[in-house]
Design a protein around this ligand. Structure first.
Ligand code: SF4
Length: 137
């Protein structure tokens, strides 16, 4: 979890909110499917709890945060934990760019929500590639 080469992906924990579910789904898409070798997922809940491994993974690392609303909990928490936020995404802003994918549902996202998460994940993967290529030569 503390590999400094990897870009840390932190989704917010907006449990019970559709946009929070999209943020987590996008984070899983990036860290499990699209860029498993160059990213690591750190759940916001572990940072909030002060989990040692999670805080160590974030401190001094480049992070991409995904927040479900303007409160931007993931972004704030990464900064408080000593991480550098290389890019912060707000799901609502992403949705404005992909209006064709209307997310609904909470525990299980509808197809629009999954497509929105996938579109966001692909944007994040491109940013990860830039960060990985630019920082570690
Ligand atoms: S950013 Fe918004 S949706 Fe996400 S955990 Fe914070 S308050 Fe909840």
């Amino acid at each position: 979890m503390s590999d400094p080469q990897r870009v840390v992906i932190v989704p917010c924990s907006g449990i019970g909110k559709t946009y929070g579910s999209v943020s987590r789904e996008a984070a899983y898409d990036v860290t499990e499917d699209l860029r498993p070798d160059t990213t690591v997922l750190v759940p916001l809940s572990l940072l909030v709890l002060g989990d040692e491994a999670a805080c160590a993974a974030v401190a001094g690392s480049q992070a991409i945060t995904i927040d479900g609303c303007k409160l931007a909990c993931a972004t704030k928490m990464v900064k408080e934990s000593g991480g550098e936020v290389a890019k912060d995404y707000a799901v609502l802003d992403v949705y404005r760019r992909y209006k064709q994918f209307k997310p609904q549902g909470i525990a299980a996202l509808n197809e629009g929500g999954q497509q929105l998460a996938q579109a966001l994940a692909e944007e994040i993967a491109a940013v990860v590639d830039d960060l990985s290529g630019g920082q570690h030569g």
